[in-house]
Design a protein around this ligand. Structure first.
Ligand code: ADP
Length: 514
C-alpha cells in the first residue's frame, strides 16, 4: 500500500474523489493549488491528506473557531495529531504546543487568520518544518460582499515568508473574478486552479414570487417537507426570532440563530438543531459558514440574499448527504428594490455591490432553467437539470413587449416618481385612494393594462429592472428612469419575453392540519 492510500484509510475513507487526488498530487509535488468546489465537495480531505503525506506540520488557516475545534476533535478520534492555536489557550498549554511542534509531534495545526498574521506567530512558524499552508474559505479575501475578513488580505505575506512551502487556497462556489482576486491576493502566480462542478443535482430548486410569505412557507413545510430538518434564512435578526416563535406556536419545532445572540445561546441552538431531527432553524446568514450537517433536507429563503454567491452557498447546506433535498426562494419586486437600495447605500466598493446585486437579479429573472442560469453565473455550462421548478413544470413564456411599452410610457408620463404599486393600479384601472389622489384616473393609460393581472405586471417590472430597461434611482426616495434600452422597447425594436409566473401557494391557518 502506498503512502497516499495508507493516509486515506487512516483518515477513514476508502477512495479519493477524482479532484481530491489531483489536488493532493499537485501539493505533494510542491505546487500551489486553488481548489474551488461546492460545499460538501470534500475539500478538507485534500489538505488533511497532503499534510499527512508531506514532511512537517500542515498549517490550516480557518476563519471559524467552531469549525477548527470540530475538525481537531474528529481527527484526534482517528488518532491524527491535530491541534489548534488560538487565544483561548493558557500559557502552559501554549508552551506544550510549541514544544510539540518543534519536536514534530503534531501533523496538522489549525490557526485563525487573526493569529497567523501576528508578526510573532509568523516568526515562530519559521522555527519548525511546515509541510503546507491551507487557506480555507479563501473567498473571505474578496473585499466586498458579506464574506470579507480583513485579516485574509494580509495572507499574501505567506508566499514571501515561505517561498518553498506549497499553499492550497480552498473556496466554495465563486465566479472567475473572485478566483482571480484570491490568486492575486495570495500571490499564487503559478498555482494549479482546480474547479469541480458546482452543481448539486440532488437539490430541487424552486424560486417563486412572494405573497404572504409566512403562509407560503407553511405550505412548503406542510406539503413538501413535512417533519424534515431544515433552515429558513431571513434578513433581519428580529424576523428570525418572530418567525421561530410563530412556527413553534404552530407546533413546528423551531429555533433561531443570529449574530446578536450570546455565544451560549448560539451554541445551544446549534446543538439542538444538529441533535433533534425535524427541527427548523430560522437564521440570518450568521448561521452557515462551516456548518456541516448531513441531514438538512431543505433551505428556504424568505428574503432575497445579497448576491448569487450567498444564495448558492446557503442552498448548498441542504442535502449534503447526497439524498434529495429542496430549496425554496421567495422574493418579490419590493425585495429587489430594497436590495438595490441597500447595495447603493454601501459606502465601500458600492459599484461592485451594485453590480453583484444586478447580476443576481439577472440570474433570477432569466428565462429557462433555474439551475442552468445559476451555474452560468459561475461560468459553468450545465447540460441537463430536470430538478427545478421550470424544468419540472415546463413553464410557458409570453411576449410582453406591448405591456412593457405601456408601463414604460406610464413611467415617462408620471416622471418616474410614482411607486410601481400605483402604476399597476392605474394600468388595472383601479380607482383606489392613491390613484384618485394622484388624479391618475385621467391618465391615457388608465385601465389599459387589464389583460394582465397584478402578478404578471410585477413579473414584467422585475424583468425590466433586472435587464436594465428601467433604471432605479439610488437615493432613498423612490424614483425610476427610462433609458436608451427602454427607448428601444418603446420603438418596438426590442421584444420582451418573460416566463409565465405563478404564485407559490399559501396555506391558510384556518385549514392548517399540522
Ligand atoms: P467541504 O469542506 O468541501 O464543504 P467536507 O470536507 O466537509 O466538504 O466534506 C463533505 C463530506 O464529504 C464530509 O462528510 C466528508 O466526510 C465526505 N467526504 C469527503 N471526501 C470523501 C471521500 N473521498 N469519500 C467519501 N466521503 C468523503
Amino acid at each position: 500500500m502506498n503512502l497516499k492510500t495508507l493516509t486515506l484509510s487512516r483518515l477513514g475513507y476508502s477512495e479519493y474523489r477524482p479532484l481530491q487526488e489531483v489536488a493532493i498530487d499537485a501539493l505533494c509535488a510542491g505546487q500551489d493549488v486553488l481548489l474551488a468546489a461546492p460545499t460538501g465537495g470534500g475539500k478538507s480531505l485534500v489538505y488533511q491528506s497532503a499534510g499527512l503525506i508531506r514532511h512537517g506540520v500542515a498549517v490550516i488557516v480557518s476563519p471559524l473557531l467552531s469549525l477548527m475545534s470540530q475538525q481537531v476533535e474528529e481527527l484526534s478520534k482517528k488518532g491524527i495529531r491535530a491541534k489548534f492555536l488560538n487565544s483561548t489557550l493558557n500559557p502552559g498549554e501554549q508552551d506544550d504546543l510549541i514544544w510539540a511542534l518543534r519536536h514534530e509531534h503534531i501533523d496538522l495545526l489549525y490557526i485563525s487568520p487573526e493569529k497567523l498574521v501576528q508578526p510573532s506567530v509568523i516568526g515562530f512558524l519559521h522555527s519548525f518544518n511546515i509541510s503546507l499552508f491551507a487557506i480555507d474559505e479563501a473567498h473571505c479575501i474578496s473585499q466586498w460582499g458579506s464574506f470579507f475578513r480583513p485579516e485574509y488580505s494580509q495572507l499574501g505575506q505567506l508566499k514571501e515568508s515561505f517561498p518553498n512551502v506549497p499553499i492550497i487556497a480552498l473556496t466554495g462556489t465563486v465566479d472567475k473574478e473572485t478566483i482571480n482576486t484570491i490568486q492575486t491576493s495570495l500571490r499564487l502566480n503559478n498555482c494549479q486552479v482546480l474547479r469541480s462542478s458546482f452543481d448539486r443535482s440532488n437539490i430541487k430548486i424552486q424560486i417563486a414570487q412572494k405573497r404572504k410569505a409566512k403562509q407560503q412557507v407553511l405550505y412548503f413545510l406542510h406539503h413538501e417537507v413535512p417533519g424534515e430538518t431544515g433552515i429558513i434564512y431571513c434578513r433581519s435578526r428580529k424576523k428570525t426570532e418572530e418567525l421561530a416563535d410563530w412556527l413553534s406556536e404552530l407546533g413546528l419545532p423551531s429555533l433561531c440563530y443570529h449574530a446578536a445572540m450570546t455565544e451560549e445561546d448560539k451554541q445551544a441552538n446549534h446543538n439542538a438543531f444538529t441533535q433533534q431531527p425535524g427541527t427548523i432553524m430560522v437564521a440570518t446568514t450568521a448561521y452557515g459558514m462551516g456548518i456541516d450537517i448531513a441531514h438538512v433536507r431543505f433551505v428556504v429563503h424568505i428574503d432575497l440574499p445579497s448576491n448569487a454567491e450567498s444564495y448558492f452557498q446557503e442552498v448548498g447546506r441542504a442535502g449534503r448527504d447526497g439524498k434529495p433535498a429542496r430549496a425554496l426562494l421567495l422574493y418579490g419586486l419590493q425585495d429587489m428594490i430594497q436590495a438595490q437600495q441597500l447595495a447603493s447605500l454601501q459606502p465601500f466598493s458600492a459599484n461592485k455591490e451594485l453590480a453583484s446585486v444586478g447580476k443576481f437579479f439577472r440570474v433570477l429573472e432569466s428565462r429557462g432553467c433555474r439551475r442552468q442560469n445559476l451555474l452560468a453565473h459561475f461560468d459553468e455550462d450545465l447540460p441537463v437539470c430536470n430538478n427545478c421548478d421550470r424544468c419540472l413544470s415546463n413553464t410557458s413564456e409570453q411576449n410582453v413587449t406591448i405591456a412593457s411599452q405601456k408601463l414604460l410610457s406610464l413611467i415617462y408620463y408620471t416622471r418616474g416618481i410614482q411607486p410601481f404599486s400605483l402604476l399597476i393600479q392605474i394600468l388595472l384601472g383601479k380607482k383606489t385612494k392613491s390613484v384618485l389622489a394622484a388624479n391618475a384616473e385621467k391618465s391615457p393609460l388608465f385601465a389599459k393594462g387589464k389583460e394582465l393581472n397584478e402578478v404578471q405586471w410585477k413579473a414584467i417590472i422585475r424583468h425590466l429592472i433586472a435587464f436594465d430597461y428601467i433604471t432605479l434611482g439610488t437615493i432613498s426616495a423612490f424614483s425610476v428612469h427610462i433609458n436608451e434600452k427602454s427607448r428601444s422597447v418603446l420603438k418596438g425594436k426590442t421584444q420582451i419575453i418573460i416566463p409565465n409566473e405563478q404564485y407559490y401557494p399559501t396555506l391558510h391557518e384556518d385549514n392548517l392540519e399540522i
